[in-house]
Design a protein around this ligand. Structure first.
Ligand SMILES: *Cc1c(COP(=O)(O)O)cnc(C)c1O
Ligand code: SF4
Length: 375
């Protein structure tokens, strides 16, 4: 029993209350019973008139799908529920601002072979599938995710693997998508095994939102599989404390038991988590789950997500309200992923104050000044 299990509520299964436990706990059942239509979602939570009007057009551009598990976290009546905001399209998605781009991070230009992005010297990102259990409305890769046409042919992994084999400086491979845990275990194992056999590949990271949207996927079979190819790191994506449930805790403990470190990458989203108190609660919950808050992302300028964007000034203020006020372990790095493929930059509030004669002082977390002799 986990010491703080009471902090992790068992969820209310809503209309699925009578579904047998073995169905509910099966990721296949969860995948097969995903909600995709306005009518299905309307049975679970309120849908605003404006959302009804926008639904069809939005869903044509970027699929709508929600697992029963994740849907059951949505509030029945609260229009501002942070879970429903992440999964129900709004008319704002159809608004295109001048600065928004289909490929905001310039990924296509840094792709030496299909499905592989080589932006930094020693690591690459591999696009493994276009599928995800839940399609997040704030997704940065909307141009590809949920679109079957974005998926390279089967033998394209071979081309990517060949590239990694020939570039000995690559020591870190990030499996991404889409969600790599949408692959079958057999396909996943094939990929992990091939990477494991490349001597210069030191670590593999799996970027997956399954611990949040489909924690049932992290079953004993998967844990056994992953354990064989350590060191593997799971990079997941919790955005709100409501997502930290008993089911997610169970998945996280299973990964910890298998010796797989789990890191979290939150996207800062207006109206969902743009507030220091919410992020503090989220990050404290994550630490209870053995998950380390790693990055806090400034929302990218992808098409149709400007309604989620938070200003840099506000993001820095949020970090200032965390750093020093709680465990450093609970404070992720604030990251801007530069448009045009410039890469990730870590930003932090300015703490060094230089006077006219060049003397340096530091401002601490309480705003007090401390002189410092630099050599
Ligand atoms: C985010 C990302 C990485 C990994 O960045 P880290 O800062 O090492 O976590 C690698 N390649 C690409 C293309 C990325 O977008
Ligand atoms: S899980 Fe990740 S890749 Fe999939 S829709 Fe959400 S943000 Fe996009």
């Amino acid at each position: 029993m986990h010491k703080h299990a009471s902090r992790f509520p068992s969820i209310c299964k809503k209309k699925w209350i009578n579904v047998p436990e073995d169905h509910w706990n099966s990721w296949i059942w969860q995948q097969q019973n995903r909600l995709t239509t306005l009518e299905e979602i309307g049975e679970i939570t309120v849908v605003k008139e404006s959302e009804k009007a926008a639904f069809k057009k939005c869903a044509e551009k970027f699929n709508v799908a929600v697992t029963p598990y994740y849907a059951s976290l949505m509030d029945d009546t609260d229009e501002n529920c942070p879970i429903r905001k992440q999964v129900i399209p709004s008319h704002s998605e159809l608004v295109k601002s001048d600065f928004e781009q289909a490929d905001p991070l310039g990924e296509e230009a840094q792709s030496p072979v299909p499905g592989l992005i080589h932006r930094y010297p020693d690591r690459v990102l591999l696009y493994t599938t276009h599928n995800c259990p839940v399609y997040c409305r704030h997704c940065t890769r909307k141009r590809k995710v949920s679109d079957p046409a974005s998926m390279p042919f089967k033998n394209d992994f071979q081309t990517a693997l060949e590239y990694i084999r020939h570039n000995v400086q690559i020591r870190d491979v990030i499996l991404s998508g889409g969600d790599p845990l949408s692959l079958s275990n057999a396909r996943l194992e094939e990929l992990l095994k091939s990477l494991y056999e490349i001597s210069h590949v030191e670590i593999v990271r799996i970027g997956t939102r399954n611990p949040v949207t489909l924690p049932q996927r992290i079953d004993a079979e998967l844990a056994t599989l992953l354990k064989k190819y350590r060191p593997i790191y799971i990079m997941t994506h919790f955005n709100h404390p409501k997502e930290c449930t008993r089911e997610s805790l169970k998945a996280a403990i299973r990964l910890a038991d298998a010796g797989i470190p789990v890191m979290n990458q939150t996207v800062l989203l207006k109206g969902v988590n743009d507030n220091a108190e919410i992020l503090k609660e989220l990050n404290h919950n994550l630490l209870l789950m053995n998950i380390r808050p790693y990055y806090l992302f400034q929302c990218d300028a992808a098409e149709g997500i400007s309604h989620f964007r938070v200003s840099l000034e506000q993001s820095l203020k949020i970090i200032d309200q965390l750093q020093g006020w709680t465990s450093g372990l609970a404070v992720p790095k604030l990251i801007v992923d530069l448009p045009g493929g410039g890469g990730k930059v870590h930003i932090a509030p300015e703490k060094i104050i230089k006077d006219k004669s060049g003397h340096i002082s530091f401002k601490n977390y309480r705003g007090n000044m401390f002189e410092y002799d630099d050599f």
